[in-house]
Ligand binder design. Sequence first.
Ligand code: S3P
Length: 449
Amino acid sequence: MPTTTIRLTPNPPHQTLTLDIPTEGVALQGRIRVPGDKSISHRALMLGAISTGETTIKGLLLGEDPRRTAACFQAMGAEITDLEAEWVKVKGLGLGNFQEPVDVLNAGNSGTTLRLMLGLLASQPDCCFMVTGDASLRSRPMSRVVKPLEQMGALIWGRQSNSLAPLAIQGQLLHPIHYHSPMASAQVKSCVLLAGLMSQGRTTVTEPLLSRDHTERMLQAFGADLAVDPENRSVMITGPSQLQGQTVIVPGDISSAAFWLVAAAITPGSELVIENVGVNPTRTGVLEALIKMEANITLENERLVTGEPVADLRVRHSRLKGCRISGDLIPRLIDEIPILAVAALFAEGATVIRDAQELRVKESDRLAVMASQLSCLGAQVTELPDGLEIQGGALLRGAEVDSYTDHRIAMSLAIAALRATGITRIQRAEAAAVSYPNFQATLEEICHQ
Ligand code: S3P
């Protein structure tokens, strides 16, 4: 019987993940947990750092992205204890009390760190900040947050008309605005709300479609004067508003659970329970899309944990059907489109994903990269200006593919490789650690022959 090989090998300065998994006789079985939610982890560290008193956080994601957030706020004087501890403690500075950092703040690969932090930096009078990121982040658009901040009176400089990092910020007392965001982006919404926290009066953000609402929930829990008008997709914050440190229990990240939901759904004989997953309705688009594809997924033990809905997810293999994924579903599954494209390969008929042009400015151009890398494995995928068209019923064969240093691409390709004949080698696979440091260990744990 052919054996299973899952191996990460150095390929300086990167690493290669080799997967040689028999397509017959391997099933995914077990009860697992996924790492803490990335969005909630960033916000817990940031709000902890600007509150008075102590914030204690359990289940923090120890991925590279939240580590960058922690390091940036430590550089401005916040005391954050050992990130590996069961309960991470953040001793807050209180609003408006950042120390001017003596060096450039580096957000690494993390758009959430940079865009949310900009709202706080721009509204901190008398301090000057320099911010940057890695090659991917330095090419991603910052004008979407710089523009509303400039409307509030912020002073920000950067390449290409202040739209690309590195950025320099001269903190100012900002004035409130009503911002009609042209895009459904939680990073834009959160940036403006965090700037509004320090401004005198009411700042409102209205978005075209509802994006994830973790910032609103957490700001309310920390005592901000914040109101939500769901009918008009508007959030109002009245500043200045002092926050008080809280306890945050971070649920498992549904974006990380999505890899296992798809892996089990497409692998005959599989049944997995993924415990303790955040099921905030602004994030569960992936469940809706998979259920529309006739995946067998049930929610068990639904509960509320420090203001966020949580459940255990049970998934069993089933025959999937192609479907259309578009419109207001897109912001609620924006990070899961690469892995949904993998699910679509094993569905009956075609799957069409539209209205997802935002994917072109994520950690990589996820539409171009998924189309090209899945094609290397023998899939029939057409790249559309704002989406993908994927033909189901694929017979994949192992090949050499590349993550393009994008964590979600690396992991999506690994799940596709589960169902490919022969050996798949994923170059620059270390990218997975941005959001899922133990991805490979979990894959080995649940792969049964
Ligand atoms: C995030 C918002 C989303 C998402 C990103 C995390 C957040 O980005 O893709 O991974 O934590 O606010 P956009 O706001 O750009 O849609």
